[in-house]
Ligand binder design. Sequence first.
Ligand code: T4K
Length: 408
Amino acid sequence: MRMATEANQISSPQSLALFTGKPHFPEPLHVGRPNIGSQEALLKRIHEILERRWFTNNGPMVQEFEARLKETLGVRHCIPICNATVALEIAIRAMELKGEVIVPSFTFIATAHALQWQEITPVFCDVAPGSHNLDPEQVERLITPRTSGIIGVHIWGKACDHECLARLASRHGLKVMYDASHAFGCSSNGQRIGNFGQCEIFSFHATKFVNSFEGGAIATNDDELARKIRLMKNFGFSGFDRVTFLGTNGKMNEMSAAMGLTGIESLQQFIATNRRNYHDYTRGLRDLPGISTVTYDEREENNFQYIVLEVEEAAAGLSRDNLVEILEAENVLARRYFFPGCHRMEPYRSYFPHAGLLLPLTEALCERVLVLPNGTALSPSDVAAICSILRTALSYPEQCRDRLAARA
Ligand code: T4K
């Protein structure tokens, strides 16, 4: 049982762990603590799997998971895969992308790696002003004769401008797919994400809103593409001893599907908890100089999984990295997703050393973004305490800066 001081006791600089050396939280608070759902339901499913001795290769649990995914997203096909990175690789190959593909740099490295892994060049595009998603205007400027497609990423579950990207792609004869790793259960214009582009990829990694320990899926309304993906994720086998296609091993196992099904059963409870925390954070951090919270459009469906702040150092008096250090001292392990941007990571940094010149908004965003813990592992008093820590630090920026400098 965790014992922590009350949030209202954190009000002066001297109450911060930066000064006392005593963290508010005895145990670390992570971004990405898994949501579980009913342990009883999960254990029952695991028991069934063991009794059946059928562990993988499109077993009954995976088939049930696939049916639930299709139904939840309202798509023709949603094929479970062992993780989203392999799902991206398979989808990219099934769509026959080649040459150059335009992607945001502001994403998890897997989006870019899935292309480079197949010797397709990721061409990094900036985010749109005021958004964390691809800028369609810059996408158009980056098209060359080698461009075969676009991969948009619905960052934080907030939809890309898919209508604009669809028009642009059809004008230039390009293919479009989406990395929807963050967007399970989210909608755009009232339609569930999963229905846009030629296909969309979901992640069910442990840190995602719904998880299957490790896992992913490819959603598509294109029957022919789905047929290819099903072959490719199973070594290209189309029958016993019969291989008709190039393939890999992208199969999801039964245990993962059991966890995924259990999570989907608690989807509404996960959303309600995330939403409550999001509102508590938004209220608790309101009117702080230099701090803005990324908001969700509540006319749409959202999973509210990511609590994202932007820190303007000049107005806040503390930088994003100062706040990361202050929170870390309290055992709150906030994350700088997606610092420093894919274009500044290897191998892309060496391939395109000057890419940053075309990505001024991404570069600025990577210095400002701070992601806070959320999910069912977090209590309202945890959220209140995190808000108090931030409020106190931002009320005494000079003292905090001096103290940080003295520790360095
Ligand atoms: N595209 C996008 C846009 C993505 O965001 C991701 C994954 C992908 C593609 C690829 O999806 P997968 O192939 O993974 O299905 C994490 C996740 O590993 C990664 O899945 C996720 N995006 C990314 C945003 O975050 P890391 O390296 O930042 O953190 P990690 O995995 O160490 O976990 C973060 C924290 O969560 C840990 O410090 C502790 C906590 N945690 C983690 C695990 C695994 C737990 O409490 N329990 C756990 O079991 O990448």
